[in-house]
Design a protein around this ligand. Structure first.
Ligand SMILES: Nc1ncnc2c1ncn2[C@@H]1O[C@H](COP(=O)(O)OP(=O)(O)O)[C@@H](O)[C@H]1O
Ligand SMILES: [Mg+2]
Length: 244
């Protein structure tokens, strides 16, 4: 598709929580571009503005100043219905605590967005199983979350985020609840989705172990970009190579 910009562009974004002396200037002018085909990590200490930035990139919030453009559409001036439509059409979200239903199997958890749309059970199961296969869980479709490891649960959540075929996957601290090896497997799943399907993947994390597994990283502190590194992956792919 030529001429269609599938990147996320953040231009000089600023955002405040509250006003005056008690308010917080959470983002003080952040600019970055996340391109299809790469995993971009946004790192930084707790309270630096990572989650707020991810919310701007996912059309959950609109900056008070500056601009965010998602796959060619700017969020500036959009109504909440327009933002919602943009999210549904373009974005899959993954969170720290998987948010899976314990009584449902892996494929049923993945199929929840289809349930909501009223898709019949056989079609839903087939689509959910295809997505589970994409994240390496073809053989776990009928397991419940309690029968899966943390890393497998998070990959179920990743498969669910893929259900609407999003161009963009945004993950907030997706490895924080995982040990190093399972965290690396989750990041590997993100890298495959970026590379093989040319998606935009942005991963917010303060997990240093993740850093060597991504294509590029940007560090923010106190609401500002303070450094940018990468592509780091080619130079230091020992761990991820051993996991392939
Ligand atoms: N809903 C909110 N109301 C007020 N302040 C907030 C809110 N959310 C975040 N903040 C503040 O904004 C700053 C950035 O927060 P956040 O984006 O959550 O950072 P991070 O994800 O890097 O920990 C912090 O100082 C935080 O306390
Ligand atoms: Mg956060």
């Amino acid at each position: 598709m030529t001429g269609f910009d599938r990147a996320i562009r953040v231009e000089n974004a600023q955002l405040w929580y509250g006003k005056g002396e008690t308010g917080t200037h959470a983002l003080r002018g952040v600019s970055l571009v996340a391109q299809p085909g790469e995993v971009l990590m946004v790192r930084g200490p707790s309270g630096s503005g990572k989650t707020t930035l991810l919310q701007l990139m996912g059309a959950l919030k609109v900056p008070d100043k500056g601009r965010v453009t998602i796959c060619g559409e700017t969020t500036e001036g959009a109504s909440s219905a327009e933002l919602r439509r943009l999210r549904l059409k373009r974005i899959g979200f993954v969170f720290q605590f998987f948010n899976l239903f314990p009584t449902l199997t892996a494929w049923e958890n993945v199929a929840i967005p289809l349930d909501i749309r009223g898709v019949d059970r056989r079609t839903a199961e087939r689509q959910a199983r295809d997505l589970l296969a994409e994240v390496g869980l073809a053989d776990r479709a009928h397991h419940k979350p309690g029968q899966l490891s943390g890393g497998q649960r998070q990959r179920v959540a990743v498969a669910r985020a893929l259900m609407n075929e999003p161009d963009v996957i945004l993950a907030d601290e997706p490895t924080a609840a995982l040990d190093g090896v399972t965290g690396a497997l989750v990041v590997e799943a993100f890298r495959r989705l970026a590379r093989e399907q040319d998606r935009v993947v942005v991963l917010v994390s303060h997990d240093q172990r993740v850093e060597n597994l991504v294509d590029r990283s940007i560090t923010i502190e106190d609401g500002l970009v303070v450094s940018e590194a990468g592509p780091v992956h080619a130079a230091s792919s020992g761990l991820s190579r051993s996991l392939r």
